[in-house]
Design a protein around this ligand. Structure first.
Ligand SMILES: [Zn+2]
Ligand SMILES: [Zn+2]
Length: 334
């Protein structure tokens, strides 16, 4: 069976080409043992603070501290510092230039690492509800810290977990890039959203809440496989309340977000055998029309020539079937 599906509200397509014989275990990739070993020379471990740049913020017992060149904060819960190999810099050394109509701007911006535990080998899905909600508050705090800065137009907050998902260090962390431009992907979405009378994400919430793609829900959020999923087991997490960024989220909303995120990660682990994955926050603090959403994608299929050539995706499991496996696991898997 094969089907061309259109995105909820954008001119984007995906091809669902199911191989019916496939079971979730066929998607399972060899567990890279993320976080199981390699703590000996790990820069992110508690105790190795001297080996990283000075922290931009250190979270400890609900308070925020900062490092000084003389003294690094120890025994922290979450620690944020500039990436050792930053893609962008607050003081870029390259000048603006233009040649033959080709333009280049200095690489201004911020690139931060958020280390999510001092302990090597921890996994997010094993966090207590208190710990995971603490992390969601750190995400909110770091996002707000950069959106308020001059000349920053977008804060990209994401996690690469596992080598195949782009993680070069095998210790629980996320990354944040604060950009001086709004990424075309978001700008294009916003343009369409502004032409629609009602928020399309609020409509998606109402649609998916009762669909066969729903995986999990709580009082504030739903998790579901999107109708035109770009890959096997893609999941979106969407809030009932219309909020445009993490900065608009109350502590209660973040607590419920942490809870549902943990559910999906646990289920990925059990159904797909701890796959490498990415998750990304989509948010626009300056555009109240936008609706915050979190997207997760296990990296179990390869984007190859067709995807690069067309910007469209071939997905070998229907979102309905993927949702049924994850939903079934969450109902009976504990
Ligand atoms: Zn470590
Ligand atoms: Zn909305």
């Amino acid at each position: 069976m094969s089907e061309i599906r259109k995105h909820y509200f954008l001119s984007e397509y995906c091809i669902i080409a199911e191989e019916r014989s496939k079971r979730p275990s066929d998607f399972a990739v060899a567990d890279e043992g993320r976080g199981k070993n390699g703590s000996e020379s790990c820069l992110f471990c508690g105790g190795a603070e001297e080996n990283t740049p000075l922290a931009t913020a250190v979270y400890k017992n609900g308070k925020i501290y900062s490092d000084t060149p003389e003294k690094r904060v120890r025994n922290w819960d979450f620690r944020c510092f500039p990436n050792l190999y930053p893609a962008l810099s607050p003081v870029p050394d390259s000048p603006k230039h233009e040649e033959n109509g080709l333009q280049a701007e200095p690489g201004y911006g911020f690139h931060e690492v958020i280390v999510e535990s001092p302990l090597h080998g921890r996994r997010l899905e094993d966090f207590s509800n208190f710990e995971i909600s603490g992390l969601m508050q750190v995400y909110r705090d770091r996002t707000c810290s950069y959106t308020s800065r001059e000349n920053i137009r977008y804060v990209s907050l994401f996690k690469n977990s596992g080598e195949k998902a782009g993680a070069s260090i095998n210790h629980l962390h996320s990354q944040l890039l604060a950009l001086p431009f709004c990424p075309p992907l978001l700008a294009r979405e916003l343009k369409v959203i502004r032409k629609i009378e009602k928020c399309p994400y609020c409509a998606i919430f109402n649609l998916e809440k009762t669909s066969s793609r729903l995986i999990s829900e709580n009082s504030e959020w739903i998790a579901f496989t999107p109708y035109s999923s770009m890959g096997p087991f893609e999941v979106w997490i969407l809030s009932r309340k219309h909020v445009s960024s993490l900065g608009d989220c109350s502590d209660e909303l973040l607590f419920a977000l942490g809870h549902i995120l943990k559910d999906i990660l646990k289920s990925y682990g059990r159904v797909l055998g701890n796959p490498p994955f990415n998750y990304m926050f989509y948010q626009l603090s300056e555009a109240p029309e936008y609706h915050l959403n979190l997207r997760l994608l296990p990296r179990i299929s390869i984007n190859a020539g067709f995807e690069l050539n067309t910007g469209s995706y071939i997905n070998t499991i229907s979102p309905e079937r993927a949702a049924s496996y994850l939903r079934e696991d969450l109902t009976h898997g504990e």
